[in-house]
Design a protein around this ligand. Structure first.
Ligand SMILES: *Cc1c(COP(=O)(O)O)cnc(C)c1O
Length: 385
């Protein structure tokens, strides 16, 4: 068996043809033919009316930070089990970062923990639909409305996920997506900002266009464009959009392949779950996942390390996930908030220590999944006996 990587990118549809065509069209910078094609598709299929293709999800988050104009001491609450950018994008634009915990059965933001962290200074809440599993959005949205708090959905894992008849990404004031190589739909590096709160659309256009009213100029509303706001260069190049469009055109094929792999894991590991109930969450059986992540929960950090090593020695590259952000070097140095202590963030520490992700990518074969599951079962067999 050849080495099985953790992730692998695949050209599945007409990505290469579209790249060639973008070059032929003589417009490979932002806002070209393929960027518009992608945005049209996001609008018609997902209902994202006001979307911006960005160079990354991190950049989309930064756009939100600029739009929200954080004043000194204004806070954003973020799950502690999160990617660095979720905090950093706001940190560099003046927000104070406050962490809340995740649930004990699944690493989505915990509503109870969130309630405890809201103060009069809370300006925004960011949630992550971890592994594409939707957070309790309606409940959180209600809470935000009541307290006049901006809601941000980080949908980096959650493309093409439905919740209550609508697509994830259409609930918050803002939502962000990632098309990084490691995500379900990719163009190497890329992202998207969706602005659902109409109040922010005009400024979003300025910030997106390097702080200018270029959009008004393009629409012939003004005869020259100029510096009108803060901003930066956020546009995705049409070379990337053309690749992205190739992927989006075959999104059903990509998603169904990933979901099939996810279901193989469940089926092939359920005998293990019969003995080790905690090994993966029950909702893996009952809910629709988008095949972004399949994970196992180990008994301890030490056991996870042993399993990672064991798999690696068998040419399988598995990996852990986020480190608790409140324990990071940067946060400890720059924040001394007593409320962000280990005790009230213990579920995120639990998942940081024990969660192990198995390979999942378009085109992973069933015999490879068989091989991986056999090795996993063998590893645990000795421990159960
Ligand atoms: C990948 C990821 C990001 C960052 O995406 P980039 O496009 O690489 O900037 C942000 N948030 C979450 C939850 C992610 O998984």
């Amino acid at each position: 068996m050849e080495q099985i990587p953790f992730n692998k990118s695949s050209t599945v549809g007409k990505e290469l043809l579209f790249i060639k065509d973008a070059i032929k069209k003589n417009h490979i910078s932002g806002n070209g033919f393929y960027s518009k094609k992608c945005l049209d598709l996001f609008n018609t299929k997902y209902g994202f009316k006001n979307a911006f293709l960005t160079t990354s999800c991190t950049d989309a988050l930064e756009m939100i930070a600029l739009l929200l104009d954080f004043k000194k001491s204004e806070e954003i609450i973020i799950p502690n089990f999160a990617f660095v950018s979720c905090a950093n994008a706001f940190e560099i634009h003046g927000a104070k970062i406050v962490f809340c915990d995740v649930n004990n059965n699944f690493p989505n933001l915990s509503y109870e923990s969130l309630l405890k962290k809201i103060t009069t200074k809370t300006k925004a809440i960011l949630l992550i639909h971890y592994a594409g599993y939707p957070c309790d959005i309606n409940k959180i949205k209600k809470l935000c409305k009541k307290n006049k708090i901006i809601l941000i959905e980080d949908c980096a894992h959650a493309i093409d996920v439905e919740y209550g008849g609508k697509y994830v990404g259409s609930f918050g004031d803002f939502s962000t997506f990632s098309f990084h190589e490691t995500k379900n739909i990719s163009c190497g590096e890329g992202g998207m900002l969706v602005v659902n709160n109409k109040k922010f659309i005009r400024r979003a256009n300025h910030i997106f266009h390097k702080g200018t009213n270029r959009k008004d100029f393009d629409m012939s509303l003004v005869n020259k464009y100029q510096w009108v706001d803060k901003g930066s260069s956020f546009l995705m190049s049409d070379l990337n959009s053309s690749y992205l469009y190739g992927q989006l055109k075959v999104i059903n094929k990509i998603q169904s392949n990933r979901k099939k792999i996810f279901s193989w894991y469940i089926k092939k590991l359920s005998s293990l779950k019969a003995n080790l109930n905690y090994i993966f969450p029950d909702i893996f059986y009952s809910e629709k996942f988008n095949g972004h992540i399949f994970y196992l929960i180990c008994e301890s950090k030490v056991q996870r390390l042993l399993l990672l090593d064991y798999l690696k020695n068998n040419k399988i590259l598995a990996t852990f996930h986020y480190l608790p952000l409140h324990q990071s070097k940067y946060y400890k140095k720059n924040y001394k908030r007593l409320e962000n202590n280990d005790k009230n963030l213990k579920n995120s520490i639990f998942f940081s220590d024990r969660l192990l992700r198995l390979p999942i990518y378009y085109g992973l074969k069933e015999n490879q999944v068989d091989y991986i599951c056999d090795k996993v079962k063998y590893f645990f067999k000795e421990r159960i006996a």
